[in-house]
Design a protein around this ligand. Structure first.
Ligand SMILES: [Zn+2]
Length: 109
């Protein structure tokens, strides 16, 4: 099976482009490449009904991040601090790295 790849990676800071959290920024905490979806810290919070556990005997409702389409965000470039499209280039060590289409800096450390 072909490995699908997202332009967005875990740890990226992203800007949300649409939906109820439009305009918010957050850090990517999970990527689901097969589904083309991501989870971002503090974005798209959903209420989850938790079953009682030994730790939380009363159970109840917890808020947690819900996955949403990775196409709804833009990566924020750490070099120029602006939301950018992601390009590709060959890094100094010969590997393919993601680059900022605005300033050309590598997005991968
Ligand atoms: Zn940049």
């Amino acid at each position: 099976m072909v490995q699908k790849k997202l332009a967005v990676r875990r740890g990226d800071r992203v800007l949300v482009l649409s939906g109820k959290d439009k305009g918010k920024k957050g850090k990517v905490i999970t990527t689901l490449p097969d589904a083309g979806r991501i989870k971002v810290e503090g974005i798209n919070l959903i209420k989850k009904h938790a079953k009682p556990t030994p730790k939380v005997p009363q159970g109840g409702i917890r808020e947690m991040e819900g996955a949403f389409a990775a196409s709804k965000v833009m990566v924020i470039c750490p070099a120029c601090s602006k939301p950018t499209r992601v390009g590709k280039k060959i890094g100094a060590d010969g590997r393919r790295v993601r680059s900022c289409k605005r300033c050309g800096e590598s997005l991968d450390k």
